[in-house]
Ligand binder design. Structure first.
Ligand SMILES: C[S@@+](CC[C@H](N)C(=O)[O-])C[C@H]1O[C@@H](n2cnc3c(N)ncnc32)[C@H](O)[C@@H]1O
Length: 371
């Protein structure tokens, strides 16, 4: 594969939200993105891989599909893996890990397949293969076709690189950005999270409004690949121009520690100038001055923190405050219990399928502007 050749790029996301990521990719100019189970497929060269890692807020990781061949048995896999042009992608001095999976294939033992591929890489290229390597080669053997991908992200992309402090049950940044998008948020209106925890929604919304790329402050596995052009990457990363948003982003929480944490996270993210975090309970929440926008909140979930029955009062109070004080605002509530959502008495639109967050099935309940 030549440096500028296009190949398939698979962008992994939270299952159930593939179409939301697809819309984000379309808006960001990725060619013909197509939602498939667990992610979105597009095509491009290494520059597109860099862009995907740098810019896509809803992406969990970015896989570059570097080649495939048929393999009907382990000896054939061994032979073809040895002939694979590893040196085009991997460096002999950078350790790699090999993950393999087999479905509908004559080769059914994933461990044995991974071992053959690992041996081919070590013996043909010289790169050490270790269990704890940061760089991962994925081999998927499906219908006797073995496809190699490189995980170009490394650490999951929800790690933006600037959030050190997390409270209980934090929302993952990737998921928060997808929920913001599902609520129709495009970075142009104020956002309020009255149970902000470590400030994830508020900071994500502020970054989107400011045009700050989510990957601007972190490193990626692709920096360790053969032929990586550091100067071109730095030029791409540093090219983005952020703007000062003309709306503000508000978080509050009854937990003083959470409020402090949110402020520190916003500071590290470089959005403290446009965010406002206050310490108060939902009962003291009032809309900020200025135009209406979006209230987005994930209150404590039933069955995880505290008892579901005790939460009825909290959700009821949240609904009342929003219905009486937030006319003209849209609302998005993320919760795991439909009964808790119902208790708010908010006029929710039809709900799309649940998604998994930290092992819990949650759904987004959205409204139109409140009347
Ligand atoms: C699931 S966490 C939110 C996590 C947050 N989205 C994040 O990403 O870190 C729920 C939050 O609701 C807050 N909370 C619970 N009851 C509250 C109340 N009555 N008023 C304000 N905040 C409350 C808790 O302190 C907690 O931080």
């Amino acid at each position: 594969m030549e440096k500028n050749d296009a190949f398939e790029i698979f962008v992994v996301t939270t299952p159930g939200l593939e179409s939301v990521l697809c819309a984000e990719m379309k808006a960001a100019g990725f060619p013909q993105p197509k939602p498939v189970k667990g992610g979105v497929v597009t095509r491009g060269d290494w520059r597109q891989v860099w862009r995907a890692n740098l810019m896509l807020r809803g992406a969990t990781r970015v896989l570059a599909r570097i080649g495939s061949f048929r393999a009907l048995h382990l000896a054939q896999l061994d032979k073809r893996a040895r002939k694979f042009p590893w040196a085009d992608f991997l460096r002999p001095d950078v350790p790699v890990r090999v993950d393999a999976s087999c479905t509908n294939s004559k080769i059914y033992h994933a461990g044995a397949a991974a071992q053959r591929i690992a041996r081919a890489i070590t013996e043909e290229l010289g790169a050490p293969v270790t269990e704890d390597a940061e760089l991962v080669v994925k081999a998927r053997i499906d219908d006797d076709l073995c496809t190699f991908s490189i995980d170009t992200s490394g650490e999951s992309l929800h790690k933006r690189g600037h959030k050190e402090a997390v409270n209980k049950a934090p929302m993952r940044e990737t998921l928060a950005s997808l929920f913001l998008r599902q609520c129709g948020y495009e970075g142009k209106e104020p956002v309020v999270d009255p149970m902000c925890g470590s400030g994830t929604f508020v900071i994500e919304a502020a970054e989107m409004a400011a045009g700050l790329h989510p990957g601007r402050a972190r490193s990626f596995a692709f920096e360790k690949l053969a032929g990586f052009d550091a100067a071109a990457w730095h030029a791409l990363r540093d090219h983005a121009r952020s703007i000062v948003p003309d709306v503000r982003f508000y978080g509050s929480d009854r937990d003083a520690g959470a409020v402090k944490m949110s402020g520190e996270n916003a500071e590290r993210a470089g959005v403290a100038g446009w965010t406002d975090f206050r310490h108060h309970a939902i009962s003291d929440l009032t809309p900020p001055e200025g135009p209406p926008g979006l209230v987005i909140v994930n209150p404590p979930y039933g069955g995880r923190i505290g008892d579901t029955k005790q939460l009825y009062g909290l959700y009821g109070a949240l609904g009342k405050v929003l219905l009486t004080r937030f006319k003209g605002w849209r609302v998005g509530i993320i919760t795991n219990e439909p009964a808790l959502a119902r208790v708010t008495e908010l006029p929710f639109l039809p709900v799309s399928g649940p998604v998994l967050h930290g092992g819990i099935k949650v759904a987004l309940y959205r409204t139109n502007p409140l009347g």
